[in-house]
Unconditional design. Structure first.
Length: 631
């Protein structure tokens, strides 16, 4: 029955001419009819296209038509302004604005633009009437007072601008936006005290507007200090409130006036107890850290520790204090906090060990190293089996050595058997001239080192064992400087000494210099590493260092335009001359990649690797290597 009724209805619709079209339009009218926003977007695109093509009259006509349809279109208004400015007839915009305002009286963009145009064409007589018209159209809005005051400041002076803002304040119930502007007018007029007091009213009553005031103060070129001083004085006067003191302390922090900030915090703390006081101090410390005024943060965390209700609260406050003091490079305060944290934990506990290690690392890194010797001895007595003792001892010994205190360094390392201490002892021996004992100590440290470190130390030990006394002295100077963290000094020792040592010693020393230089993220030292390997390849083809130097050099050379052929020659020479070398499999793979035009490692180097400069280096590989590649 339902189906038959439905079919009869459809038949009736089809029999009536035009009925189906009417039905469809009714059913889909909402989707089919373009919305006002779509029309606006389309017409704006059309006007933009016309403007780009130079059809300024057509663009103007399109925009006028759009304003007829949508008198509140800000985009159309500003597009017309651009057109009229281009044609130097900005005054022609006024009738358009008036027409839009007649249809859309509360259109703020049109009112604001009209005021600017009137000021621009010096039609000051019409300014006040326009401001009054805007106020009448939007009686509860702050915009006519704010925008009007900005125009009045330049057209009539600060007194008229201030009077207009005060009128708005009286009628609208002192909105904070107008107070911010009134303060700015006073300061601009030279009435610093009045402006500061108005801004203090804003800060004291509307925390949300604090950023506006902070920004205006930050933009002041003169009288800034006087304005801040008066604001802080007003915020600290009775009757005052915690919220006023809080925002005042933030202003003081922003202006770098730490003592003023502390004074306001103390006033606030007089009215706070327990958790509220702790919360206030933490908030102040957090703002100080955000503003990187770490001195104030350290002070606040110290006050928080003093108010702690339990040892655990005091420890947490010290943790925060240590972090802030470390960020502010206040070593004394950091160490004091870390020592208090250590005392909080039971003797011999893992927590105490960890906190003492933190303190010792800082002490060793930042304080005169001899001052850390007693603390380290105390730590070793309390934690004789600590795995950290080895690292701490070697770190302190390294610093002592850096200051020429060899006897003290040996004393620190005495009785320490870990790999780091053994390694430090090895460099001590090398530096003192005990080459054989130093090499043996290097070899003893290898089994316990990380694989990458172990390889480097083993290479050094093997190289030193093959060198003459003269070559070993250069290598030791470079290796010790590198170990002490002076990589540039290590490279310099190689460059200054390598040409004065016997020919047979040069390849190992050049390879050592290249490894040291390669570890520095400086373009010039990356270039030095490449150049040192180029010397090995060119002048020492029979050396043990040749295969690795050739492979690394080929990878770098292949990454640069025009370097592929040279890289192929280097790799072919390596494979033919040293077929049993452990690096030959890698060389074959590298050669295949280069020939296929897809050297992955070369591409990576090309993106961020060194640019080669060969002017001051030994000659390049001397001609192509004879003979086919041994596949």
């Amino acid at each position: 029955m339902t189906r038959r009724l439905g079919s009869h209805l459809w038949a009736a619709v089809l029999l009536v001419p035009g009925c189906l079209g009417l039905f469809c339009a009714t059913a889909h009218g909402v989707q089919a009819a373009p919305s006002g926003a779509r029309i606006e977007a389309r017409m704006l695109r059309e006007a933009s296209t016309q403007e780009v093509r130079g059809d300024l009259e057509g663009a103007e006509a399109t925009l006028r038509a759009l304003l007829e349809r949508r008198p509140g279109s800000s985009a159309a208004i500003f597009a017309l302004e651009r057109l009229f400015r281009h044609g130097e007839r900005i005054s022609a915009l006024l009738p358009v604005l008036d027409a839009s305002l007649a249809r859309e009286p509360s259109f703020p963009a049109a009112w604001s633009l009209k005021l600017r145009v009137l000021a621009e064409i010096d039609s000051t007589s019409a300014l006040e009437g326009t401001v009054r018209g805007w106020i009448g159209a939007s009686p509860r809005s702050v915009d006519p007072y704010r925008e009007g005051a900005r125009i009045y400041s330049s057209a009539f002076g600060f007194d008229r601008a201030g009077a207009l803002i005060r009128e708005g304040l009286a009628l609208l119930g002192e909105p904070p936006e107008l107070l911010v502007d009134l303060g700015e007018v006073h300061v601009a007029a030279g009435r610093t005290k009045e402006g500061a007091e108005v801004w203090a009213r804003v800060l004291g009553s509307d925390r949300a507007r604090a950023e506006d005031v902070f920004r205006r103060i930050g933009e002041l070129e003169t009288d800034r200090s006087a304005v801040v001083t008066r604001i802080l004085a007003v915020l600290g006067e009775e009757p005052t409130f915690v919220s006023r003191l809080e925002v005042g302390s933030e202003l003081a922090l922003r202006e770098g006036r730490v003592e003023d900030a502390k004074t306001l915090v103390r006033l606030a703390m007089a009215d706070l107890r327990g958790g509220e006081a702790q919360g206030f101090l933490k908030g102040f410390a957090r703002r100080a850290e955000d503003l990187q005024v770490f001195e104030a943060a350290v002070w606040a965390h110290g006050r928080s520790r003093d108010l702690a209700n339990s040892p655990e609260e005091a420890r947490l406050a010290d943790e925060r204090l240590a972090a802030a003091a470390l960020s502010g490079a206040d070593t004394v305060a950091t160490l004091a906090a870390l020592r208090r944290i250590s005392e909080h934990h039971p003797l011999g506990s893992r927590e105490r060990e960890a906190s003492r290690v933190r303190a010792l690392r800082l002490l060793i890194a930042t304080v005169e190293p001899e001052n850390a010797m007693q603390d380290l001895a105390s730590f070793r007595d309390e934690f004789p089996g600590s795995s950290q003792g080895d690292d701490l001892s070697s770190a302190l010994a390294s610093r002592l050595l850096g200051q020429g205190m060899r006897e003290a360094a040996l004393e620190v390392l005495d009785g320490i058997e870990g790999p780091a201490a053994t390694l430090e002892r090895a460099f001590l021996l090398l530096e003192s001239g005990a080459l054989g004992e130093g090499i043996q100590a290097l070899q003893e440290s290898v089994p316990e080192l990380e694989p990458s470190d172990a390889t480097e130390i083993l290479d050094l030990a093997l190289a030193l064992g093959r060198l003459t006394a003269q070559g070993a002295r250069v290598a030791v100077r470079a290796a010790v400087a590198n170990h002490r963290g002076d990589r540039e000094g290590g490279v310099r020792a190689v460059l200054e000494g390598v040409d004065a040592i016997p020919e047979a010693d040069r390849a190992p020393v050049l390879a050592l210099g290249a490894r040291i230089a390669e570890g520095v993220e400086l373009q010039n030292l990356q270039d030095v590493a490449t150049n040192l390997r180029r010397r090995i390849v060119a002048d020492h083809p029979d050396s043990r260092e040749f295969p690795e130097a050739a492979l690394r050099l080929a990878r770098v050379v292949a990454a640069h335009p025009g370097g592929v052929e040279e890289a192929v020659r280097i790799l072919e020479g390596l494979i033919v001359a040293h077929p049993a070398s452990p690096v030959v499999p890698d060389a074959r793979r590298e050669l295949a990649r280069i020939r296929e035009g897809r050297s992955d490692k070369g591409a990576a180097l090309a993106r961020g690797g060194p640019r080669l400069h060969f002017r001051d280096v030994a000659p390049a590989v001397r001609g192509p290597v004879a003979g086919p590649c041994d596949r």
